[in-house]
Design a protein around this ligand. Structure first.
Ligand SMILES: Nc1ncnc2c1ncn2[C@@H]1O[C@H](COP(=O)(O)OP(=O)(O)OP(=O)(O)O)[C@@H](O)[C@H]1O
Ligand SMILES: O=P(O)(O)OC[C@H]1O[C@H](OP(=O)(O)OP(=O)(O)O)[C@H](O)[C@@H]1O
Ligand SMILES: O=C(O)c1cccnc1
Ligand SMILES: [Mg+2]
Length: 599
């Protein structure tokens, strides 16, 4: 095998085993038989795959899933057991020759044109154009839709999180446990990465798609330790000298020293937590990132105070209130109730005290700790508190790097939470995001459809009471026209027989259904959106590695004006048809709409 083959093989790496021809709706196969019975074996069709509305109340979508579509076409083949199953399942009158026909089917006569994966795309502009034998193109419908719909929705969701988080914050996908089953979880990890996440906690996704795998540890790890006696071994060898260091002794000594700096007594900090953090640090001296919010009021000192804790939080830190946690006056003098510090703060201070003690002990052994994760409470306020603590220690012990320790935040985070945290001011370096991201809780489906637009050279239009659902007929091309400032201005659909629009040439762009909406555009750049990815039974353009698709998402988003991308009331991007296509649609529409009779 040549190097080239090896590279291609690598790029078209494994596909989830459940993606196969029977991963479809029954009606595709029953239609295939009815087409076959009615002599349509040699009919040639064109289908468009497109969506009608952008998700998440936004005005853009990211196209993803193309690589998986290509793998599907490449592997399309009914196995013996598939045929056997269909013989048992379909009605008994199906002619055996149909099964023989199915058995030999491949996608060698299919041509697939597509927009580049990772591009920003818009309603009505087909993402895929599938041409070839009607029966085969029909059999591909459901699987192509399931491969594109969730992929594009997820990539869009992730890209939106990246936009609100900004480029200087890390984003980790933590969603597998909350995802829509194993396949939903796996796809979510892949497309969250494409959309701009930096890594995933999903190990299989890491292995299959070469995505960086990252993570911290869970509360169970901390709660599995009760006392200092639970530490199995206290010895860590110094990173350089290899001298044995007693991490427990060092951490205990540091805990006393740190406690005077951050004004919390070692007695208030949990020994079980210290034991857990020491044990974790010994296991991962170069990757010590610790969860610091385990011993909360409910499990530790102050049984039953959680509603009060919430009141304290609301009172001084700002979620559910307008009082942002960047109000340093309040941060420096936290609530002084009968209990002293607010309970959440006390929680964090126990964890922080223990974390700092272990981090400083590690430093004595030649290692630098990585940071902390906060998974409850007011994330803005607590991150500021943690950063202040790190800065105090950095100064007290002359360790400047300590002020730069990483602060990871998790706990039911969504786009709005990040926007709100930004407004309040926070010191979070990394968000770990699960549920809202991977389930696309804000909008769980994109609604891509697959419509027949031409059969044997004849255009097809599907009419609907709802104008927005009328399909744009015929074999078409799509162009993106750029304005003088370099931004994308409009997407233009034309009949394939028309000449492509030219740079510097005036083009009439029309709304597909509203006659009065039209504009002239003189593009400074024209991008033909379709390339042929599959033809003659082979992949014509190798899909790019995930990292490049991920970069493509960002570069494609940069071509959009800011007002189209903004979160609140974004401006719609325009999608138009040429004058020729406009007339073609409307002539066909009239031909297909019978004239009624009034009586
Ligand atoms: N500063 C903040 N601004 C806006 N939202 C926040 C802020 N801090 C945290 N949140 C969000 O508020 C919600 C708090 O969740 P919840 O009410 O379950 O609190 P919790 O701290 O997890 O409590 P518990 O530990 O009792 O489960 C989460 O969705 C979290 O992302
Ligand atoms: O909140 P999400 O956005 O869905 O992110 C994933 C959540 O999964 C973990 O919680 P879980 O309670 O399952 O385990 P833990 O003990 O590690 O917190 C993690 O701590 C996050 O809170
Ligand atoms: O590594 C983590 O911190 C993690 C992983 C999955 C879910 N929640 C957290
Ligand atoms: Mg959690």
């Amino acid at each position: 095998m040549s190097n080239h083959d090896l590279t291609c093989k690598h790029k078209m790496a494994r596909q989830n085993g459940i993606v196969q021809p029977l991963l479809t709706d029954l009606y595709q196969i029953t239609m295939a038989y009815a087409y076959w019975k009615s002599g349509k074996v040699n009919d040639v069709a064109v289908f468009d795959l497109f969506f009608r509305n952008n998700p998440f109340q936004g005005e853009f979508t990211i196209f993803a899933g193309l690589e998986e579509c290509l793998k599907f076409l490449q592997n399309f083949h009914y196995s013996d057991s598939d045929i056997e199953y269909l013989m048992q399942t379909l009605p008994g009158n199906i002619e055996p020759e149909f099964f023989a026909y199915l058995k030999d089917l491949t996608c060698k006569d299919i041509k697939l044109s597509a927009i580049e994966e990772g591009s920003v795309v818009f309603p009505r502009v087909p993402l895929l154009r599938v041409e070839g034998p009607l029966i085969i193109a029909q059999l591909l419908e459901t699987t192509l839709l399931t491969l594109v719909n969730f992929a594009s929705l997820m990539a869009t969701n992730a890209a939106r999180y990246r936009m609100v988080a900004g480029k200087n914050v890390s984003l980790l996908e933590f969603g597998l446990r909350r995802a829509q089953g194993p396949d939903g979880g796996l796809s979510a990890s892949k497309y969250a990465y494409i959309g701009g996440f930096d890594g995933t906690s999903n190990v299989l996704a890491g292995k299959m798609f070469n995505i960086p795998v990252k993570g911290t540890h869970a509360h169970s790890f901390v709660t599995s330790f009760s006392t200092l006696d639970d530490i199995h071994s206290v010895i860590l060898r110094h990173a350089e000298t290899q001298e044995p260091c007693n991490l427990l002794d060092l951490a205990t000594e540091w805990r006393n020293r740190v406690s005077s700096v951050i004004d919390i007594s070692p007695e208030e900090a949990s020994d079980g937590e210290l034991a857990a953090l020491i044990s974790y640090a010994i296991a991962f001296p170069t990757g010590f990132l610790a969860l610091v919010d385990t011993y909360d009021v409910k499990r530790y000192h102050f049984q039953g105070l959680s509603s009060r804790h919430r009141q304290h939080m609301n009172g001084h830190s700002g979620y559910n209130s307008n009082c942002g946690s960047n109000d340093t006056r309040q941060l420096k003098s936290p609530i002084n109730s009968t209990y002293g510090y607010s309970t959440v703060e006390r929680t964090l201070r126990s964890g922080l005290l223990n974390f700092c003690a272990v981090a400083l002990a590690l430093n004595d052994c030649g290692y630098r700790a990585v940071g902390i994760r906060i998974d409850s409470g007011d994330l803005a306020y607590l991150s500021v508190l943690a950063r202040e603590t790190f800065e105090q220690i950095a100064e007290a012990f002359k360790l400047p790097w300590f002020s730069k320790l990483t602060i990871v935040a998790s706990n039911d985070i969504n786009e709005d939470t990040i926007l709100s945290l930004n407004e309040q001011g926070h010191k979070i370096d990394c968000f770990g995001i699960g549920t809202h991201l991977v389930t696309c809780q804000r909008q769980p489906a994109l609604g891509c459809v697959y419509k027949l637009v031409e059969i044997n050279g004849q255009p097809r239009i599907k009419l609907s009471q709802d104008v927005g659902k009328v399909t744009i007929p015929g074999h078409k091309e799509a162009y993106r026209l750029f304005g003088a400032d370099g931004h994308a201005l409009i997407d233009l659909l034309q009949r394939s027989s028309e000449p492509a629009p030219g740079v510097g040439q005036k083009v009439l762009c029309r709304h597909p259904f509203q006659e009065s909406k039209r504009a002239y555009v003189i593009p400074s750049k024209v991008e033909h959106l379709y390339k042929v990815y599959w033809k003659d039974g082979r992949v014509c353009i190798q899909p790019k590695p995930l990292l490049e698709v991920r970069e493509r998402v960002q570069s494609s988003l940069r071509t959009l004006r800011q007002d189209i991308k903004r979160n609140l009331n974004p401006t719609p991007y325009k999608v138009a048809v040429s004058d020729d296509l406009y007339n073609f649609i409307h002539d066909l529409w009239l031909q297909n709409a019978p004239i009624g009779e009034l009586s």
